[in-house]
Design a protein around this ligand. Structure first.
Ligand SMILES: *Cc1c(COP(=O)(O)O)cnc(C)c1O
Length: 359
């Protein structure tokens, strides 16, 4: 069976050596030494100023929205994972969907200004598949209209734009370290900001609002992560360069194997170093996509429809017209991609897809 992804697991002895330390210290969570070490190593690896390790990427979005005191309307993308939208609604704000750009599949900056009202407080955009949004255009609009910017960078581990970590853009960037992501801690996530005041606020929000054991700075939540999750992260981080390199090779291999297949792939922002976190292909028709899924499934290959349906049609949002997102959602499919996917597997998948097209 070939799934869309397969979580990386480090050698068990390496994970166990961290676990042994946890047993010796008897310190399991609440900002322990492994959590601190992981935060430090990630800061170094990513060359970022600040980050907070959190329990998942969804709480990261919720904490970001709360820390910026956002209210009213938040402009967002309909083409993302459901957590991008649900976090906005969960925090009592209203998502206003702006359609995506057909080439990048990210929010289309040219359409943002028309969606701004006097209730708009922020833009929350996703770097879809790790491909950075047009951050310069978005930041310019935000500055002009005095809006905050949050980037959902759940797919964007190790991505850079003009030589800088993409996590450094926006007022806050969030990410996920879920088992299905390029770098993972089993469950986990993080927030990034250059603003040390915001960082302090988010670190309190992460820990019930505590300032001291007996005093609080407003309402907080439990967004902490544990020593066991940090141990997985530390063990995995040693292999991240290998993981990233193998994905790049696999995507290049796919592109050669699929050169006669009538598909499109997203255009990566110029100036960006991409992380090959997904391999999305866009078929010419939904029918072609359906037939391809059927053929792959018959052969025990399980791609995923990231993303379907368009978030603009969830039953808890105000339905917005997003024709490009609707169209892409119907035709896009993520093919299997993970560190141990073999060259033969890619050839096999390519043959099946070509057979469907040529039938
Ligand atoms: C995975 C993902 C999330 C949620 O992250 P979790 O760690 O699973 O909570 C949010 N946004 C996007 C775009 C994602 O892909």
């Amino acid at each position: 069976m070939i799934n869309v992804t397969k979580p990386f697991l480090p050698p068990m002895e390496e994970y166990n050596s961290y676990v042994k330390g946890i047993w010796e210290r008897n310190w399991l969570t609440n900002n322990g030494p492994l959590v601190n070490e992981l935060e430090l190593k990630l800061k170094e690896y990513l060359s970022v100023n600040h980050l907070l390790f959190l329990s998942n990427g969804t709480i990261a979005l919720q904490i970001a929205i709360k820390a910026l005191n956002l209210t009213g309307e938040i402009i967002t993308t309909p083409f993302s994972y459901v957590a991008t939208t649900s976090s906005i609604v969960w925090e009592g704000c209203e998502p206003v969907f702006v359609d995506i750009d057909r080439k990048s599949l990210n929010i289309d900056p040219k359409l943002i200004e028309a969606a701004i009202t006097d209730k708009t407080t922020a833009i929350l955009a996703t770097h879809v598949y790790g491909n950075p949004c047009d951050v310069e255009a978005i930041d310019k609009i935000a500055l002009k209209h005095n809006l905050k910017v949050i980037y959902d960078a759940a797919h964007a581990f190790a991505v850079t734009y003009k030589g800088r970590s993409v996590f450094e853009y926006g007022d806050i960037s969030t990410t996920s370290f879920h088992a299905t992501k390029v770098f993972h801690t089993t469950e986990g996530g993080a927030v990034f900001t250059k603003d040390s005041e915001l960082l302090k606020r988010m670190s309190r929000l992460r820990n019930f609002g505590h300032v001291t054991p007996e005093t609080f700075d407003g309402i907080g939540v439990n967004g902490k992560n544990s020593e066991f999750h940090a141990a997985m992260g530390l063990a995995n981080l040693k292999y991240i360069d290998e993981i990233l390199a193998s994905r790049k090779e696999q995507v290049e291999k796919y592109k050669v194997a699929l050169k006669n297949l009538r598909i499109a792939t997203p255009e990566i922002l110029s100036g960006a170093e991409w992380n090959y976190s997904y391999f999305p292909v866009i078929f010419e028709t939904e029918d072609q996509l359906q037939k391809s899924i059927q053929e792959l499934n018959l052969n025990w290959v399980y791609p995923r429809r990231y993303f379907y349906p368009s978030l603009s049609h969830l039953d808890y949002v105000n339905d917005c017209a997003t024709p490009v997102s609707d169209d892409i959602c119907k035709r896009v499919l993520c093919l299997p991609l993970y560190h141990s996917l073999r060259s033969e597997d890619i050839d096999f998948i390519a043959r099946l897809l070509l057979r469907v097209q040529n039938n």
